[in-house]
Design a protein around this ligand. Structure first.
Ligand code: NAG
Ligand code: NAG
Ligand code: NAG
Length: 373
């Protein structure tokens, strides 16, 4: 046998194995669903039919949101499996964002593992007692935006988790090795989907509960929903202690890489006298105006680090007196004038008994105010 023959055989062998693997995979998927069907069917009052292959395709699209649009990855999978050519460089090259309005400068490394720019995010970074809860729930009123409140500095936990692995020299040396720290090559921005899934898991859409399942009201709409949250802890570590400028800088870079299609609203309260009074009223103890001023300057610096393409600075000492100042931010996000607010909500205001909510529902929503698609 010549060398040519054996390499041909080798090549054919690969092709056969891989197509056999695909068939085997499909078979296993069907068997799993069949087994699940039988198990569920055994429960009283439930009937689950044997799925056809189109049903299987549908199941793959069932949860595109929380696992960072894996359904899209699966579709690409089948498309690209026939032509597995293309160097790693090619596969990893960054592509233009799908959302040029929301994140025009985003770097997106699209692979079969992750499409980091598919989901848009809105992050409110604020100082404490700066009307950030009010701002959060007002943004939530905008169509296609789902905000959530504080999450105990989840972003920093995710940052630390990433760093523990990717900043470890043994892990680096384990790249494409079968050693104690070994693993396959991890394309840039693959971690983004895990990071985004963490944030999405703690800010899910409202679910409908029908007789046999819990599901989304509108799956398609959910895919294009902008997910957001607010944090008054961005410039702090998970221990609550202030971090250095170098540390924020790393975190800012982390957000750009792992939440590439995000906008940042930085919210401060420039009237530190009032802010300090608000601390007292909320029974958070006394805090000096100087230390509040210091925190405000840090947040202004963080806004600069994100840059004007991504970040917008809001001062609650101004926008709580004049809603048009908030509306300028609404326009900056890309919304039409029809979405401008006519009045303010009031959440988490400090009253004599600590925290109170005053106005929690807007009186007016323009029917001409549309989601950002
Ligand atoms: C991946 O990221 C590293 C570090 O940011 C960068 O140096 C490299 O060029 C990137 N690779 C590709 C293919 O984009
Ligand atoms: C870890 O981080 C430090 C500081 O940012 C950097 O100097 C070093 O090169 C990193 N090490 C690895 C293995 O990524
Ligand atoms: C700041 O707040 C204080 C106390 O609430 C108020 O008396 C003062 O007028 C405010 N300053 C400005 C410039 O609005």
């Amino acid at each position: 046998m010549t060398n040519g023959d054996s390499s041909l055989r080798q090549h054919r062998g690969d092709t056969i194995t891989s197509s056999r693997n695909t068939r085997l995979h499909t078979l296993i998927t069907r068997l799993q669903i069949l087994l699940l069907g039988i198990l569920l069917g055994a429960l009283p009052g439930l009937y689950v039919g044997i799925p056809s292959s189109t049903d299987i395709a549908d199941t793959q699209q069932t949860h595109p949101e929380l696992d960072c649009d894996h359904n899209h990855a699966l579709q690409l999978d089948t498309a690209s499996s026939s032509s597995s050519a293309g160097s790693q460089q090619e596969q990893e090259s960054t592509v233009k964002t799908k959302h040029p309005d929301w994140c025009p400068t985003a770097q997106c490394t699209d692979t079969d593992l992750c499409h980091p720019c598919q989901r848009r995010f809105l992050i409110v970074i604020a100082t404490p007692r700066s009307a950030s809860t009010t701002l959060t729930w007002m943004l939530d009123e905008l169509p296609g935006i789902r905000m959530a409140g504080e999450n105990n500095n989840m972003l920093t936990f995710i940052f630390n988790a990433n760093k523990a692995v990717f900043n470890h020299s043994s892990f680096h040396r384990g790249n494409e090795e079968r050693t104690s720290w070994g693993h396959n090559h991890i394309p840039n921005q693959t971690f983004a989907c895990a990071a985004q899934a963490m944030i999405q898991a703690i800010n899910p859409p409202e679910l409908l509960l029908t007789t046999d399942r819990i599901h989304l009201a509108d799956k398609l709409q959910e895919q294009s929903t902008i997910v957001g949250f607010k944090t008054i802890r961005f410039e702090r570590g998970v221990d609550g202690k202030p971090q250095t400028e170098q540390e924020w800088l790393e975190k800012v870079e982390f957000v750009k890489e792992n939440f590439p299609c995000s906008r940042i609203l930085v919210n401060i309260n420039s009237n530190v006298t009032r802010q300090s009074e608000s601390f007292k009223a909320a029974k958070w103890g006394t805090i000096s105006e100087n230390s509040l001023r210091n925190r405000m300057l840090k947040l202004k610096r963080i806004a600069e680090l994100f840059g004007p393409e991504r970040a917008y600075l809001l001062d609650s000492a101004e926008w709580t007196k004049n809603v048009e100042i908030l509306n300028a931010a609404v326009s900056w996000l890309g919304f039409d004038r029809a979405c401008h607010f006519r009045e303010l909500l009031q959440f988490n205001t400090a009253g004599a008994k600590g925290f109170t909510h005053s106005k929690t529902k807007l009186d007016y929503h323009s029917p001409r105010c549309k989601r950002l698609e």
